[in-house]
Design a protein around this ligand. Sequence first.
Ligand code: 5AD
Ligand code: SF4
Length: 451
Amino acid sequence: MTEKKKLYIKTYGCQMNVYDSGKMQDVMLPLGYEETPEYTDADMVVLNTCHIREKASEKLYSELGRIRKVKDKLKDKGRHMIIAVAGCVGQAEGEEILSRAPYVDIVVGPQSYHRLPSLVQNIRKEKGDKVDIEFPTVSKFDFLPEESAKVGISAFLTIQEGCDKFCTFCVVPYTRGAEYSRPVSEITREAMMLVERGAKEIQLLGQNVNAYHGVDHEGNAWNLGQLITHLSKVKGLERIRYTTSHPRDMHADLYRAHAEVEALQPYLHLPVQAGSNRTLKAMNRKHTREEYFMIIERLRKLRPDIAFSSDFIVGYPGETDQDFEDTMDLVRQVGFAQCYSFKYSARPGTPASLKEDQLPEDVKDARLQALQALLFQQQKDFNASIVGKTIPVLFDREGRHEGQLIGKSPYMQSVYVSADAVHQGTILNVRVDKATQNSLTGIVADTAKAA
Ligand code: 5AD
Ligand code: SF4
């Protein structure tokens, strides 16, 4: 039997990275690596990085500095800690990481995780490649095992990767590469495996998930609407979600799925980024504010209780007061359940970073503050609007207090109740009696079940 080794993975950024970290754990299992919650005694540390946030590479180097101290300590005890940098910063910086932090053993891009075991073996033999940030012609999914060590009640399933949209501010098309969709049969198999192992909800992931165009066994391309309708037939799969979508890729089958597929949850994360047509055009978003309103209206007609979430960037180069006001106006008109908002920050290598009309920090700060105040208010209002209603909640974890269960509403809110732990993994109706900005509390309405 292989001797057990400790693997510590720290994940930054999006759900895509969370999914990838799980897969990295899976590919390292056959080499005897098991997950550990702390890096102080780890045989291998993987930092699965995100390039979207500000100062991503500086933050990486300071984290690496801390880990290096532990690596040195272990070295004194005769142990070698393998440090690997994965994810989008690894992809973007490549060899640069090895020259700035030579104690790093491996740099691996998101398309090459299936090669992690051989990169580790190279280290052990002290030879071969240390950096693998190629975009291979054969999909990484062909190599990644599906056997996951842990399957959550709500599980992720990557169906699509990469992006061909080239929004001017964004690094994703450079770090994750061109759009790729996994075949229908592979996704179906993985979904069935997840459900068999306890998942009740599946979140379909992709940087541009509604641009999905994977093929079926006859070579016909399917869209996301067709895929969701198909997956809803997997026995035992109670909830389906998908993220992240682009307004350009909403299509008839997807609208239909929102109207007809019961498992598809009435919640959509649909980033708009800005509310001014001038800014949207400058960002190369390929849609207008009017088109965004039309999508929202159409979905609300089909599924009146649908809730929306979005991403916003304030202070894009050249954004005027009026442009910003248009963003505020869009938010007021739509009414969001929950949103992410960011100050624009220049990412090396993107077209927007080369623009001369960058805005001063204080202007960006003030705009972000104003936008967030409005979004927080909307979030509070949305949560308050659920009070008094009875909603189905999927309980996926135990709370901190004895006898407390936490679950998710159809609208992605955390819901706290008192109920026996045996209900974990089930959907119960909850009458919501209180709301805060971030969560709901309530009483299980199916009393016979909750006892
Ligand atoms: N500056 C600020 N926010 C950004 N995002 C992506 N790139 C940048 C950038 N350069 C935000 C977008 C995207 C989210 C994941 O991160 O809003 O939707
Ligand atoms: Fe980035 Fe735009 Fe692609 Fe989203 S659609 S990943 S923001 S380039």
